[in-house]
Design a protein around this ligand. Sequence first.
Ligand SMILES: C[S@@+](CC[C@H](N)C(=O)[O-])C[C@H]1O[C@@H](n2cnc3c(N)ncnc32)[C@H](O)[C@@H]1O
Length: 106
Amino acid sequence: MGSLTAEPMASLMTGLARKYNIGCFIETGTYLGDSARFAANVFPRVVTIEIKAEFQDQAKARSQGFNIEFLLGDSASLLPGVVSSLPGHHVLLARRACGRRILWRR
Ligand SMILES: C[S@@+](CC[C@H](N)C(=O)[O-])C[C@H]1O[C@@H](n2cnc3c(N)ncnc32)[C@H](O)[C@@H]1O
């Protein structure tokens, strides 16, 4: 399906956010933060989880001024707590954690 920051995913994300008034975007696997920064321009709240501190450090350095919450650790451990704390609708983007992408809306 391609990168979140490129078509068709970019339009899909923007359309979902508007149509369903989605309040939060959650990402497992920050890497350098490209998708998180894109999402920060679309969703009111963005939470991104990264297991490697060096990647998170680089993502934070590239994301100055963006409203992004960075969590460090294994998404398998942190995700349940993040999801259960959220009111309303949110989008979860889980990438390659098990060899495929998952796009899920609640
Ligand atoms: C394909 S990259 C993510 C790219 C990013 N989502 C984007 O669109 O720019 C995968 C990332 O997932 C991280 N990762 C792998 N296993 C993880 C886990 N269990 N929990 C959190 N992050 C993990 C890797 O360190 C890597 O930075």
